[in-house]
Design a protein around this ligand. Structure first.
Ligand code: ADP
Ligand code: ZN
Length: 815
């Protein structure tokens, strides 16, 4: 008897065993996909994780439906990484698998398939089954895979679906995502049929009575012989002095051919530029990094904003490519801008592949396959955290840019992994090196350099010796008293804005909340409208005249009267980006303003559009949330205003101070990136706050030492690991009882290192009550044993009928 153990893309504690024939056992390899039945009627795509001859003890192994691959789709190293994540972050391998593979690889019963619009195809090339499916799809727009079982009158439909996908006749339904950078520009070239010289001669003769058209053809021929770059219609009309109409005529006559290219793909063909020559500091840093890599697997590059870290990464990448190695360049999702991608593509051309959640699943499949086949097209992967899961073969270098970013930690759903930490594990598997980069390193990483676990290299000056921006703290308590505020703008901020705008330079205004105002309150009775599903007040959005919940998306029309006392005395409290935008418009009516937050970047290409318009100086003032902070390189910004520093500083979390420092430094880093020194104004009620003092002195080390002291005193990372357990249920009492029981059981072993249960600041979301229990794990306590105790308590917990339905969520290294 032969068996395989498979990983199913669902949260099962263990791998599942199926029986296979001898022939199948000879064909199958670990890492291939198989279609397997599961439960009463479901079919899943599973990954083979082991092949053996031992029957399972407690159930009878079912047979597989079908083998889906001819060669492995997942490598042994990937499986090793999955297993590590599942073990470390306390989740199932199936959950890791879901995160790791593009959806298109995971055909299953509930997947919807949709017909592609193709003009013509050869029906004879289809197998009978494929034809039946294709025909069924003519009648309805989409069909679930399990419904196809009836169409074909058999259980085994995944191979048929797979065949049709490969023939491009159908695709899987998905959310319609935008392509990364879809901006298309029209180009012209000589039509293929005239490319050879004698053909060209002939063409010129036929055009002898149309001298203007002839002139255009000659010009284009000259241009094409000089450069391989594509030419825009406008380039051609300029060169040949011909009107667009003449060019159009030639296109219609098929003398010329027009085509479109995405703007970011233009430079590709052969035309990459050389990387920049490093200056003294950068060269020293590069040498130090390479030296430290001799003895260290991980090095932290701590370089102030605009010190030229990216150019140092570029040299390291060149270095790795020369050795034939693959490179992974990780970025937080929102820092993954076209700006940076363009920059790397300029240097490395086609070797750069981008892996991004905004890509369609088919594009993600393409990148996956290119990496799997070690193609030159995918030597350098630049991507957000999920690109860790690509099938690398000879990874040599991992760069984790903006390593301090908290969005590297996946919060929901499982696997709740930290991409920086997982990247280090991944690199280790390949004996590759990891470079962490940041202007404001996380306390954890910097601490690791201090204890010798990581190397440390610093860039203390901005490139070109541009000074770091001058940071001024504005006390708005005083300004309010003296009546020097106009809305949320102090006189100082207005003065500086006038100055900057007057010089033709640009302004960025930062406010950490979107919407118009986060609270609407009745002046008569004090009632504030709340979300019916969540324990938060609704945010007022002026533009749509709506009240909106930022947790569940609930909306209602803005009220005219108070819901409780019916008086028309509703007042708004606090302010968000929308209100700032409106105030700017009235204070600076002459200038153009754009706003960048979740509300304005959702639409088609919204994010790119806003950035491009600001880069092109079409807008002068940009108002936004922390989206603004991430790695954007604007050349013309002199002034940055932080509208209110206090709500971030006062956020109830042990990382609030560290994060505020990072955020303010990063936002400030957008100012004065070229030759003029930038200016930053921070408005606050508390200008003496330590963090604000440290920000204004650009004093990372002071901040680090002080925070480290606090972390020691209060037993937080890096001295203690945190493991957060969340209990979730619709029934308030059930959450209370179950979390109490769990905490009590944990206390028997871990004593004072158990905190809670406690309600989080927002204790109900989407009608589910939440309660947290925190385990603090001292460094000397064995992590594996701790988890074993925890899982044991969890199995007893799951057996208690009163707690049935309570969701228990583990978050290891809670961020
Ligand atoms: P960081 O990544 O540290 O914020 P960047 O790498 O974006 O800094 O560099 C800031 C600016 O300085 C960029 O516009 C970059 O093109 C320029 N720059 C950095 N290093 C060099 C160099 N060696 N030669 C020319 N320009 C450079
Ligand atoms: Zn809500």
């Amino acid at each position: 008897m032969h068996f395989i153990d498979v990983i199913l893309p669902i949260p099962l504690e263990k791998r599942f065993t199926y029986s296979i024939t001898k022939a199948e056992s000879e064909f199958l390899q670990v890492g291939m996909r198989v279609a397997v039945p599961f439960g009463k009627s479901k079919v899943y795509t599973a990954i083979v994780a082991g092949i053996h001859t031992t029957a399972p003890l407690v159930y009878e192994a079912k047979e597989i439906h079908q083998i889906l691959d001819e060669t492995p789709l997942v490598s042994l190293k990937q499986l090793e990484l999955w297993a590590w994540i599942s073990n470390y972050y306390l989740c199932s391998e199936g959950e890791v698998m879901r995160a790791a593979l593009p959806n298109a690889f995971l055909l299953e019963s509930e997947t919807l398939v949709v017909k592609n619009t193709v003009k013509e195809f050869d029906a004879a090339s289809l197998k009978d089954d494929e034809f039946l499916v294709y025909e069924a799809l003519q009648k309805s727009s989409s069909i679930k895979i399990n419904e196809l079982e009836a169409v074909l009158n058999k259980r085994n439909v995944l191979p048929v679906v797979k065949g049709l996908i490969e023939k491009s006749l159908i695709h899987l339904e998905e959310e319609i995502y935008e392509k990364y950078k879809p901006k298309l520009v029209q180009y012209v070239k000589l039509h293929e049929q005239h490319l050879k010289e004698d053909q060209l001669q002939q063409l010129l003769e036929t055009l002898s009575r149309a001298p203007k058209q002839r002139e255009v053809v000659l010009s284009l021929f000259m241009m094409q012989s000089k450069s391989k770059l594509p030419f825009k219609v406008s380039d051609l009309s300029e060169q040949s002095q011909a009107s667009n109409q003449i060019i159009k005529t030639l296109i219609d006559k098929e003398v010329l051919q027009s085509y479109y290219i995405q703007t970011d793909r233009i430079n590709f063909e052969d035309d990459t530029t050389n990387s920049k020559h490093l200056n003294e500091e950068q060269s020293v840093a590069l040498t130090q990094i390479l030296n430290q890599f001799e003895t260290q697997n991980v090095v932290l590059l701590h370089g102030v904003t605009s010190s030229g870290k990216t150019e140092v990464y570029v040299k390291l990448i060149e270095n790795a490519l020369e050795k034939g190695e693959q490179v992974l360049y990780l970025l937080p999702e929102i820092a993954l801008t076209t700006q940076l991608v363009n920059r790397l593509q300029n240097y490395f051309g086609e070797q750069v592949a981008v892996f991004h959640s905004k890509y369609t699943i088919h594009e993600r499949v393409e990148v996956y396959n290119n990496v799997l086949n070690s193609l030159d097209k995918a030597k350098i992967i630049i991507g957000a955290r999920s690109s860790l899961f690509l099938p690398f073969s000879n990874l040599g270098l991992v760069i984790v840019d903006e390593e301090h970013e908290q969005s590297y930690k996946q919060y929901d759903p499982a696997p709740r992994y930290h991409a920086r930490d997982t990247a280090i594990v991944l690199a280790h598997m390949y004996k590759a090196k990891t470079l962490l980069g940041s202007a404001t390193p996380s306390i954890e990483s910097y601490y690791n350099t201090q204890i010798g676990k990581y190397g440390l290299v610093e860039l203390k000056k901005r490139y070109n010796n541009v000074q770091l921006p001058d940071i001024e703290l504005v006390d708005i308590k005083v300004k309010h008293k003296r009546k020097l505020m106009n809305g949320h703008f102090s006189d100082r901020l207005i003065e500086e804005m006038e100055l900057t705008l007057g010089e033709g330079l640009q302004v960025i205004l930062f406010q950490n909340r979107r919407g118009y105002s986060p609270i609407v309150e009745c002046n008569t009775c004090g009632h504030a409208p709340q979300c019916p599903n969540c324990d938060v007040s609704l945010t007022y959005h002026h533009y749509r005249s709506q009240l909106r919940c930022h947790y569940c998306g609930y909306t209602m029309a803005m009220l005219q009267k108070c819901m409780a006392c019916y008086q028309p005395t509703l007042n708004t409290k606090g302010f968000g980006t929308e209100q700032i935008e409106q105030e700017v418009k009235s204070i600076f009516p002459k200038y153009k303003i754009a706003r960048m937050d979740l509300d304005t970047t959702r639409g088609k290409y919204g994010y790119e559009k806003i950035i491009t318009a600001f880069e092109q100086k079409e807008t002068q003032i940009l108002v936004g949330t922390q989206m603004l902070t991430k790695g954007l390189d604007f050349r013309n910004v002199k002034l940055v205003g932080i509208m209110n520093a206090d709500n971030m500083l006062n956020f109830p979390d042990f990382r609030a101070h560290e994060r505020s420092f990072q955020l303010f430094q990063q936002v400030a880093g957008r100012a004065g990136r070229t030759d003029v020194q930038g200016k930053v104004l921070i408005q606050t009620y508390n200008p003496l706050h330590n963090i604000l003092q440290q920000v204004s002195e650009h004093h990372y080390l002071k901040m680090f030492n002080e925070q480290l002291q606090e972390r020691t005193n209060f037993k937080y990372p890096p001295f203690y690991r945190l493991l957060k357990i969340t209990f979730k249920h619709r029934d308030y009492n059930k959450v209370e009882r179950s979390s109490e029981w769990f905490a009590k059981s944990l206390r028997q072993t871990f004593k004072q290192h158990i905190l809670g249960p406690e309600f989080p600041p927002v204790s109900r979301i989407r009608n589910m009550y939440l309660k947290h229990v925190m385990i603090k794990i001292p460094q000397q306590q064995n992590l594996q044993k701790t988890k074993e105790v925890l899982l044991k308590i969890n199995s007893s917990f799951q057996a208690i009928s009163d707690f049935k339905g309570v969701r228990v969520i583990f978050n290891v290294d809670y961020y």
